[in-house]
Design a protein. Structure first.
Length: 223
């Protein structure tokens, strides 16, 4: 799950980043309205935004307005004020929830999950990131930005094997043991090489971040 954190206090921002990354989230950080708008324009796959209200060049309300103009990304306001005026304003500006500083991470994560469920954006546990690709394990669809990545049945099966053993080195023998072709015949060593090559080409079309590493003399690993 990718979260945009808009917070001008560097200590709070870093604390949120570390805590949310431990929960498996991919974090984008912004310290101002202008930087937040830039992040929104450059990243179309943001799942949720945490917005501080008071920012150096404006307010989180402005960022929320920008978000609502682009789509329906859930928004949780982070506020140091718990008075009724700020609460009502945060919700009237399009916020889905708010939490008052200081807060506990357990409470924030509970709020995030509740908002995602309530707004219908509750597929975060079904989605994993592979390089620059988002893999939805429930639907079997893979997206690279707004472009869908189309895999054959065998390529997708190979991808799932790597995901189920992420971080581990898989020998060619182990891969051959797990994978069978569509007709039910055992896949040969040469065919496996072709499948790995095709999968890499589709998930790393521009030769960017490696999604499948070759470990010389030992096999393959998905970092």
């Amino acid at each position: 799950m990718k979260i945009l954190v808009v917070e001008d206090d560097p200590i709070i921002q870093e604390g949120l980043r570390l805590a949310l990354e431990q929960e498996g989230c991919d974090i984008l950080s912004a310290e101002s309205v202008s930087r937040a708008k830039q992040c929104l324009h450059e990243n179309r796959d943001i799942d949720l935004c945490l917005l501080d209200i008071m920012l150096p060049d404006g307010t989180g309300y402005e960022v929320c307005t920008e978000i609502r103009a682009q789509g329906d990304i859930p928004v949780i306001f982070l506020t140091a004020c718990d008075d009724e005026v700020h609460t009502v304003l945060a919700l009237e500006q399009g916020g889905d929830d708010y939490i008052t500083k200081p807060f506990r991470m357990r409470e924030l994560m509970a709020r995030i999950r509740a908002v995602l469920r309530r707004t219908g954006h509750h597929e975060e546990n079904n989605t994993v990131r592979v390089g620059e690709n988002e893999v939805n394990l429930r639907t079997g669809k893979i997206w690279r930005g707004k472009q869908e990545v189309l895999l054959t049945a065998m390529e997708y099966k190979l991808l799932l094997i790597f995901l189920n053993h992420r971080g581990q080195i898989l020998s060619r023998g182990q891969l051959l043991h797990h994978i069978w072709d569509v007709a039910g015949d055992y896949v040969t060593d040469n065919t496996l090489t072709v499948y790995v090559k095709r999968l890499r080409a589709k998930l790393e079309p521009d030769g960017g971040e490696a999604v499948i590493e070759t470990v010389r003399g030992r096999g393959y690993r998905m970092p």
